[in-house]
Design a protein around this ligand. Structure first.
Ligand code: ADP
Ligand code: MG
Length: 243
């Protein structure tokens, strides 16, 4: 399998606190990896370093064989084949839905005709009919997150980064969107790093689950493997075993 992402020995500290111990893993084309772990274990930091929104202290990141971080080399987010969906949606409040979705495409100098084609297909994929001229404040949380996902997909990233995209939604909507997202990501067959602290979300979406604890990988494997052969008492507990 071709690797879309290689993370090699990435570490990161804030002051004296080491948030990412040297971490290494790879993501194959079209593969969906869920990063599962408790609050504060370094999930968002890891995603931000992959996106290029934060620098690593040491280590190297390769995307499609190109080094985007390592030594003195640093490729900014807009020049990486990635895009990100945030927990709090992070839509531009003064821009309409259409403008939000077009923003990243314009920065990448996408042609008008191509932009329209992508807008149309995202509109139907994410059920945005009738919403394009609204402002984010005129949308529900679920609708805002659909726009956040459309905006990220509009730049046609090879790797989609999602940081707890459903955790601000109420439980019913979260459960509905979880299944919908799993289907959509499968159809698009886009490689995904999906951060969550919700085990069910990870089980629904992941090809492989990466369990992060204190900035270290406890286990990385398919859901059934974590369930059948947890590598540590911590993973066992996460999988719902009680002792
Ligand atoms: P998670 O997403 O798993 O909840 P984070 O990656 O956001 O965890 O944070 C990991 C740790 O790093 C936390 O202790 C957090 O307080 C700390 N941290 C995150 N970002 C910063 C920052 N910009 N400055 C200082 N500390 C930070
Ligand atoms: Mg976080």
């Amino acid at each position: 399998m071709n690797q879309i992402l290689r993370v090699k020995g990435i570490s990161k500290s804030f002051g004296t606190q080491q948030v990412l111990r040297p971490i290494s893993f790879e993501v194959g084309e079209g593969e969906r990896i869920c990063i599962l772990g408790p609050s504060g274990c370094g999930k968002s930091t890891l995603l931000q370093v992959v996106a290029g929104l934060a620098r690593a202290d040491a280590g190297e990141i390769e995307m499609r064989g190109v080094t985007v971080e390592g030594g003195r080399r640093y490729i900014p987010p807009e020049n990486r084949p990635v895009n990100m969906v945030f927990q709090d949606y992070a839509l531009w409040p003064h821009m309409t839905v259409r403008q939000n979705i077009e923003y990243g495409m314009k920065r990448r100098k996408t042609e008008r005709g191509e932009m329209e084609r992508r807008l149309k297909s995202l509109q139907s994929l994410l059920k945005l009919d009738g919403l394009l001229d609204r402002l984010p404040a005129q949308l529900s949380g679920g609708q805002q997150q659909r726009v956040g996902i459309a905006r990220a997909l509009a730049t046609e990233p090879k790797l989609l980064l999602m940081d707890e995209p459903l955790s601000n939604l109420d439980i019913k909507l979260r459960t509905d969107m979880r299944g919908e997202l799993a289907r959509m990501l499968g159809e698009l067959s886009i490689a995904t790093l999906y951060v969550t602290h919700d085990r069910m979300e990870a089980f629904t979406i992941a090809d492989r689950i990466l369990v992060l604890r204190d900035g270290r990988i406890d286990q990385l494997g398919p859901p059934e493997e974590l369930f059948d052969r947890p590598a540590s008492p911590w993973v066992a507990q996460l999988m719902g075993y009680h002792n």
